[in-house]
Design a protein around this ligand. Structure first.
Ligand SMILES: [Zn+2]
Ligand SMILES: [Zn+2]
Length: 339
């Protein structure tokens, strides 16, 4: 079978690989339909990922059709169309025991810490796959359940709810995923980004307002939109110390700041700022069992998977797909490779 390997820096090779064989009664074998490309994959392609180095098969946003089930699998059958949750923990620590494997000290993401799904067939534990609703006619769209689940996680961590205003920094795939989930919860969103095409898309998808990140009147305009109080929730979907400071500065008293970024550098936030507004600051990492939430929102018609996808490529165009993800031309939200 074919696999798309990042074989070197900015180098993709289509390799021939043995088909995986079901080895545990709890496994299923999935014929991969689509894998979408994430910033993490781009870092690996560019040789900039801190620990994932070529040669490697990446891909953690994926879906497909089950072709075979282990003898112990009762909930699935061949022919089921599924999205794959790539996150798994050690299984025994407190976060794992309480359904929060994403915060396990040993957490792994398939396609990052271990082999990914950019291959014709992918073997996975049955507990990691989730059936797509029948209303999703285009199976390939199942790949973006994963990034949407990251948005669901952020909204859950930030207690986003009815009639709130959520200010989101970053209108890329993750910022948009946060917005689409916030809409399902009855909130309205203000998006901030440097790229005009991204703001345009956010508007088309129902943003309350959008602003250029360098707008000198950003704070006044956001206060105007929120009765002078500030947004109930602010969200850093970029990961930059200055944005963290803005999130802390702009959030309403008693509000919540959601941090989705993973920048390791220090910032200027003081204890006093957090104390004064009695705010809540939460981290949100990957997702913990949010696939059912997304699939329920999709089944109810509250969320459209196609809103996350802007470009599709065939397997033999994988190099072009990765190059586009590096170059980030106007109009790109998310590129996917369709098998
Ligand atoms: Zn990702
Ligand atoms: Zn664990």
């Amino acid at each position: 079978m074919n696999a798309i390997e990042i074989s070197g820096i900015q180098e993709i090779t289509l390799i021939d690989k043995d088909e995986p064989i079901i080895s545990s009664p709890d496994d299923v074998l999935v014929k991969v339909k689509a894998v979408s490309i994430c910033g993490t994959d781009v870092h690996t392609f560019q040789g900039e990922h801190p620990f994932v180095k070529p040669p490697v098969v990446v891909g953690h946003e994926c879906c497909g059709e089950i072709v075979e089930c282990g003898t112990g699998v009762t909930d699935f059958a061949a022919g089921d169309r599924v999205a794959i949750d790539p996150v798994f923990g050690c299984g025994s620590c407190r976060p794992c025991r309480t359904g929060r494997a994403n915060a396990c000290a040993e957490v792994k993401c398939r396609g990052v810490h271990v082999e990914g799904a950019m291959q014709d067939y992918f073997k996975i534990r049955a507990c990691d796959v989730h059936k797509l609703p029948d209303s999703v006619e285009d199976l390939a769209l199942g790949a973006v359940v994963e990034p949407l689940a990251i948005g669901a996680q952020a909204c859950w961590r930030g207690s986003v709810g009815e009639d709130q205003v959520v200010l989101i920094f970053g209108a890329g795939p993750i910022g948009i995923a946060v917005m689409l989930n916030a809409h399902c919860l009855g909130a309205r969103c203000i998006l901030v980004d440097v790229k005009e095409d991204r703001l345009q898309r956010a508007t088309e998808l129902g943003a309350l307002a959008t602003f250029q990140a360098n707008n000198p009147e950003l704070k006044e305009k956001i206060l105007d939109l929120t009765d002078g109080e500030g947004p109930h929730v602010t969200c850093d979907a970029v990961g930059h110390p200055v944005i963290f400071e803005q999130c802390i500065d702009l959030v309403a008293p008693t509000g919540t700041v959601i941090l989705l970024g993973m920048d390791g550098s220090p910032n200027e936030v003081t204890e006093l700022q957090i104390f004064r507004k009695e705010m809540t600051v939460v981290g949100s990492r990957m997702n913990s069992n949010m696939f059912p939430t997304i699939l329920d929102r999709v089944a109810r018609g509250q969320m459209q998977l196609e809103h996350m996808v802007s470009h599709r490529f065939a397997v033999d165009q994988a190099t072009e797909a990765f190059k586009m993800a590096v170059e980030q031309p106007a109009g790109l939200l998310k590129a996917m490779i369709v098998f």
